[in-house]
Design a protein around this ligand. Structure first.
Ligand code: GLA
Length: 401
């Protein structure tokens, strides 16, 4: 992975990772690696149904300052935890996999990097002990994939230091293994793929069945537009509750339709589906099936007509998540409604739902007006004040130093 230019706020985060490493070890790291969070432009809860997604990496990054040790211990430290966690490489196999439905036996933040080390080991990569110091400016619990950013930064570092020689897609799979089996969150692979494969100015059109990825230029800035993130500050976690239930409903729907996954159900099959299953399962299925079609339509519209033309697809996606998949919350609905009322071209919740963030596609000159309108709507509903910031499609995982 090549070194890259780092702008102001990101440089401070890299410095924090280096300083933490120095505190921990009294020396300089062998290198610093980083990986971004993501927003998803469209295609929600389609990844684990082997469907289509269109995320992009955001400027916010997680930095891992890493150095090898002479022994076989792995020590991880993070600026958002008081103390480091240390285990031997041999012990990783007894920590993971985490039994389904139970919490990891190390603090959750440490299960991400340790889970990556474990998954690499399991895939046949051997390496000596390492010290890992992590700092991040990806908002945590905001649906912007702070966990995938940790996994991807750690996977990139260990791939280099342990000479694993894995490609980006293989490293994304390692990250997902950590998420699924070390942390116990039954997620798909979208976030890790976005974090590993992100590119400046492009979204990643990913076929989650084949993991074939195409870069789609989004042209948002060229069109005079911006993507505003509205972090509702309603924290969510996918290791508990609703996310796994939605996934189970999708699997049930696919089984009733007699197909391996909902990827194999088309919009034309929906009428028949409605006669075969209960109403709730049918609505879960309808969300996934129509969302897959909306991803395909968004890619086509972006290519043919440009970013200004995708607004209705974003709005339809939000309605489907709110009404059929039932993963929105009042704060997300308020964010979307207030942004649209203030002139946004499109808006939708992004990520797994049950909290987290919404995105709005807006005119560049409307950033202040839409932000003010959303903030006012939150205040009027007595919601916690949201965090608002714009994002541009940014680079994926890399070695910075
Ligand atoms: C979370 C998961 C992803 C994906 C999204 C919903 O971000 O980590 O795998 O399922 O939710 O699209």
């Amino acid at each position: 992975m090549s070194a890259g230019h780092i702008d102001g706020p990101r440089a401070a985060t890299q410095d924090a990772a280096r300083a933490l490493f120095a505190d921990l070890t009294g020396r300089a790291p062998d290198g610093v690696w980083s990986a971004p969070g993501r927003v998803n432009l469209i295609g929600e809860h389609t990844d684990y149904n082997e469907g289509f997604v269109l995320p992009f990496a955001i400027p916010h990054r997680t930095f891992a300052a890493v150095g090898t040790r002479k022994d076989d211990r792995v020590r991880v430290a993070s600026t958002f935890a008081d103390s480091a966690v240390e285990v031997s490489l041999d012990e990783l196999g007894s920590l993971f996999p985490t039994a389904a439905g139970s919490a990891p036996s190390v603090p959750e933040w440490a299960a991400y990097p340790l889970g990556v080390a474990w998954a690499l080991q399991r895939s046949g990569t051997a390496g000596r002990g390492v010290d890992i110091a992590i700092a991040s400016d990806v908002p945590v619990g905001a649906g912007l994939s702070s966990s995938a950013a940790i996994e991807s930064a750690t996977a990139s570092a260990l791939d280099d230091l342990w000479d694993a020689g894995l490609d980006r897609t293989a490293l994304a799979r390692i990250g997902r293994s950590a998420e699924n089996e070390a942390v116990g969150a039954p997620t798909g692979i979208m976030d890790q793929m976005a974090s590993m494969r992100g590119e400046v100015d492009a979204a990643i059109f990913l076929d989650c069945r084949t993991l074939e990825a195409q870069l789609v230029p989004v042209g948002i800035a060229e069109a005079g537009l911006a993507i505003l993130v509205i972090d509702t500050r309603v924290e969510h976690a996918h290791s508990t509750g609703g996310y796994g239930e939605r996934r189970a409903s999708c699997e049930r729907g696919a089984a009733i339709m007699g197909v391996p996954s909902l990827r194999d159900v088309s919009v034309d099959d929906l009428e028949r589906a409605s006669t075969l299953m209960d109403d709730v399962t049918f609505r879960r299925v309808r969300h996934v099936v129509t969302e897959n079609q909306r991803v395909l339509d968004t890619v086509r519209v972006l290519r043919e007509d440009g970013a200004r033309a995708i607004g209705d697809l974003l709005v339809a996606s939000h309605a489907s998540m709110r009404d059929d998949f039932e993963i929105s919350v009042p704060e997300l609905d308020t964010a979307v409604e207030a942004a649209l009322a203030a002139g946004a071209i499109g808006a939708r919740m992004t990520g797994g739902g049950f909290g987290g963030a919404a995105i709005a596609l807006i005119e560049q000159e409307a950033v202040a007006a839409v932000s003010d309108a959303v903030t006012a709507a939150f205040a009027a509903s007595d919601f916690t004040e949201p965090h608002l910031f714009t994002v541009t499609p940014s680079a994926g995982a890399r070695r910075d130093a």
